[in-house]
Ligand binder design. Structure first.
Ligand code: CP3
Length: 354
């Protein structure tokens, strides 16, 4: 496999010197791009797109053709694991993900298999291999998974939720049942991410989108403990190269020290966390990724540039910053504004790396 032409993203995650701050966007391949909507229509629906390695590769590369992004992210979804466990994932237009079967009782949880990544999830590994080949060493490829807690919320609730009532009821009334589910998910995620690394992913990120809805002690018990188990089980060096691990708990700003203590390489931050304070708290241990509010892309371009400057200044001089949005780019974001955002990060950050 060819050497990387642009390794800024990997270098920043390892807190090594870079010329400018690397940048990518969560959900950079998605509905805000007309070319994505066209390819999805060609595939039929979202899951058919995920399960077609050639088309998944095509949409992964689309944002890279438009913008000077410093990383590509595998096009897939965090819910592929519960789908591979037999829950039957489908998408209801405008209503988000749904499952045909739930994992909301002991029998159902006991019956869940741990998917073999090269079998039931073979389409994901094929996509990773295809994308890695087609990237031709331009930028690194990020693999990803959901955290056990975040996956469990979808499997217990049957889809998206506002209050996570069923999952929290299980956590507090029948904790051993939820622990059984989380344990199986952690084992599945370890196999899944290690298979992505062997297939060609050069860094991996765990999306804990719903960790922030828990109290501190419940976060430790039901989310962080399992991400820690995953970090301990991951391949950290592959073919002589470090494979950085990024943990992103949305709403996790209060727990940065504990998250950094898992031994991960970097923390994803949402926009509610101050970069300067985060760096003082954990910057000697981990790199930081973030954290512009994705809604800022609705602002006029000069306002976006001002916000990029503010965040660059908040992080300050030196290494260990990967610029990103604090969560996924919105469906109605203007692609021109996304382009202005990425240009601004590169243009305005050189002075922080002298
Ligand atoms: O970042 C990327 O470009 C890679 C692709 C990616 C998708 N989902 C594609 C997707 C990634 C990294 C994800 C992760 C994901 N999926 C998360 C964690 C990140 C986060 O946003 O918190 C979560 C919670 C999911 C579950 C999920 N998948 C939801 C809630 C939805 C519906 C979202 C909506 O706005 O309707 C999805 C579907 C999904 N996953 C889409 C995309 C591009 C939109 C589906 C479509 O094309 O119709």
């Amino acid at each position: 496999m060819s050497e990387l032409k642009n390794d800024r993203y990997l270098r920043a995650l390892l807190r090594q010197p870079v010329d400018v701050t690397p940048v990518w966007m969560m959900r950079q391949a998605g509905r805000y791009l007309p070319e994505y909507r066209a390819t999805r229509a060609e595939a039929g629906d979202f899951m058919s797109l995920c399960k077609n390695p050639e088309l998944a590769c095509e949409v992964t590369l689309q944002p890279l053709r438009r913008y000077e992004l410093d990383a590509a992210i595998l096009f897939s979804d965090i819910l592929t694991i519960p789908d591979a466990m037999g829950l039957g994932l489908y998408f209801e237009t405008g209503e988000g993900p749904r499952f045909k079967k739930l994992a909301d009782n002991k029998e159902a949880i006991e019956a869940l298999p741990i998917p073999d990544p090269e079998q039931e999830l073979g389409y994901v590994m094929d996509a990773v291999r295809t994308i890695r080949r087609e990237l031709k060493g331009e930028v690194p490829l990020i693999g990803f998974s959901g955290s056990p807690w975040t996956l469990a919320t979808y499997m217990v609730e049957g889809g998206s939720s506002k209050d996570f009532a069923k999952t929290k009821k299980m956590a507090f009334a029948e904790p051993q049942m939820l622990h059984m589910l989380l344990d199986k998910l952690a084992d599945s995620v370890i196999l899944y991410l290690n298979a992505q690394i062997k297939a060609g992913a050069q860094a991996v990120q765990i999306f804990d989108s719903w960790g922030g809805v828990l109290s501190g002690p419940a976060y430790e018990e039901f989310s962080l403990r399992y991400m820690h188990k995953i970090v301990d089980g991951l391949i950290r060096t592959y073919e002589g190269k470090k494979v950085p691990v990024v943990l992103f708990t949305k709403g996790g700003g209060q727990w940065l020290e504990a998250i950094a203590d898992t031994g991960c390489d970097a923390l994803g931050l949402d926009w509610t966390t101050n970069m300067h304070e985060a760096r003082q708290r954990v910057g000697h241990k981990v790199a930081l990724q973030g954290n512009m509010d994705p809604s800022m892309l609705y602002a006029p371009v000069p306002r976006i540039e001002e916000e990029v400057e503010r965040i660059l200044g908040e992080f300050g001089h030196g290494e260990g910053h990967v610029f990103n949005l604090g969560h996924g780019i919105h469906q109605f974001a203007d692609p021109e504004h996304a382009g202005a955002f990425i240009k601004a990060v590169h243009a305005q950050s050189a002075k922080y790396h002298k």
